[in-house]
Design a protein. Structure first.
Length: 481
């Protein structure tokens, strides 16, 4: 058993997968560490199922063959980093990527930045696409994805399909899970951005240090030396990010107040904002239908990403004037005269909830009402933190269910309410939204947070149709939740 891909020279590999249920005759099955349970029988079941389904080759960690006592005549590639090797094989199997690919990582803002980059490219007449939480989005190709950064087989198939469809420019989201699991290795990233960092995914990463280290993989490994790093101009992390990027000999372009892409002025204009931006000796005034200072930061980051690809600011800045909002990101459901504004947002982590409430506060002449919950099987520590943020910043808080998944919904709500004095508990999400809307006056604003663009609610392993925006619109029209 060796590590050489040449073992497959005499095999006709017709596909790749890390899911034994998807194996077809001729496939290479990747038995990744998450698939190799401590109990060898369970791990063996996955591999034996793949062989039974016709796997032509196996990929796994060292000792795979000995551990599972495989006797079938199937070549086995044993690799110290089987996830990275799977990414390499996927890149070779699905040959073809858009000519220009940029990636964005960070706790919040990835979806907005990636889509803003796509919008700018399209406004400039480029064949642009975005890939991430909102799926694959381009003129010729649209596709839903199960994960922000999909597994390397799904990812490289999408890259190949985009290239075949004539898409030359791609902005993709790089999640900490995807980076740590090496899903983005072998993607030809020429520019990478870091938006911000706050608490998230500590159900997966050991601590915040490990979380940051996972994100730095984008700059330390994925992007080849000599790329361009787009970094926030003023952040407690900026110095560390800069040092890491300089060690890789990356060029650096900063965004934000005082950055290379500089925010000279920002003011609210109705439910939008006016930005005065300066970049590379050019200045532009942008009137955008976007709410919140955090969205201004996302716009600056997107502009910097496009500029870092070598585009002329005389073309980029005018194109940015056409930016519109991203689905589920402080998206207005309705602003009826008798009910005040109703907004949905994907905020499902502490700082994202803080940013969303803070962004809407100036628009609430009366009360700011927040409806939110927390997902099950995720970082439990953030639940009371989010309860406290909502209590401190909103006038009325209704705690409801988000995606309880396998957890007991009431237990999740109790953890949020432990530091949310005065919070109202309504488990049924539709009823919680209806109750909040019923209390609104023309001066009030309602934020429904946590799910944004999502169209389902997962309870006890079953996903039920549920769209915050559609539910709110139906209630506002006089219908039932």
């Amino acid at each position: 058993m060796g590590n050489n891909v040449s073992q497959l020279a005499d095999r006709d590999i017709t596909g790749l997968t890390a899911d034994s249920r998807l194996v077809e005759p001729g496939y290479l099955f990747a038995a990744l560490p998450s698939s190799i349970a401590d109990n060898a029988i369970n791990g063996g079941d996955f591999v034996l199922e793949a062989i039974h389904r016709g796997a032509a080759a196996l990929l796994g960690p060292p000792g795979l063959a000995a551990k599972l006592d495989i006797t079938a005549d199937v070549p086995i590639i044993e690799d110290e980093e089987p996830r990275r090797r799977l990414s390499q094989l996927a890149a070779r199997f699905f040959a073809g990527q858009p000519e220009t690919t940029v990636a964005v990582t960070g706790t919040s803002g990835k979806s907005s930045v990636a889509d803003f980059v796509r919008q700018i490219w399209v406004a400039m007449g480029r064949s642009g696409a975005s890939l991430g939480t909102l799926g694959v989005n381009s003129g010729p190709l649209r596709r839903k994805l199960a994960h922000t950064t999909p597994d390397p087989v799904v990812l490289h198939e999408a890259l190949r399909d985009l290239a075949d469809a004539g898409v030359d420019y791609l902005a993709l989201e790089a999640s900490s899970h995807g980076l740590e699991q090496r899903r983005l290795d072998w993607v030809k990233v020429m520019v990478a951005a870091f938006t911000n960092l706050s608490r998230d995914h500590l159900d997966y990463h050991a601590d915040e240090k490990a979380y940051l280290q996972a994100k730095l993989h984008l700059f330390n490994v994925v992007m080849a030396p000599g790329g361009t790093a787009v970094l926030p101009a003023s952040s407690s992390l900026t110095a560390r990010l800069r040092d890491a990027c300089q060690a890789r000999k990356h060029n650096i372009l900063t965004f934000g107040v005082g950055g290379d892409v500089d925010l000279r002025h920002r003011e609210m204009v109705g439910y939008g904002q006016r930005l005065i931006i300066s970049a590379m000796g050019r200045q532009a005034v942008l009137d955008l239908p976007l709410i919140g200072a955090f969205q201004a930061e996302n716009v600056l980051c997107a502009i910097a990403l496009v500029l870092a690809c070598g585009e002329n600011p005389d073309a980029v800045l005018p194109a940015a004037a056409y930016l519109t909002g991203v689905p589920g990101r402080l998206q207005a459901v309705a602003r009826p005269a008798d009910k005040g504004g109703v907004f949905i947002d994907y905020a499902h982590k502490p700082e994202a909830l803080r940013a969303a409430i803070t962004a809407l506060r100036p628009h609430a002449k009366g009360q700011l009402v927040v409806v939110f919950g927390c997902g099950g099987d995720r970082d439990r520590g953030k639940r009371p933190l989010m309860g406290r943020i909502a209590t401190d910043l909103a006038d009325k808080v209704i705690i409801t269910d988000d995606n309880p998944r396998s957890e007991t919904p009431g237990a999740i709500r109790a953890e949020i309410l432990s530091d949310c004095p005065g919070g109202i508990e309504i488990g049924d999400r539709g009823q919680a939204i209806a109750t909040a809307i019923a209390t609104l006056t023309p001066d009030d604003v309602l934020l429904i947070a946590g799910k944004g663009h999502e169209t389902g609610q997962t309870i006890a392993g079953v996903t039920h149709p549920f769209d915050d925006g559609q539910v709110a619109a139906r209630i506002l029209a006089g219908g039932d939740p």
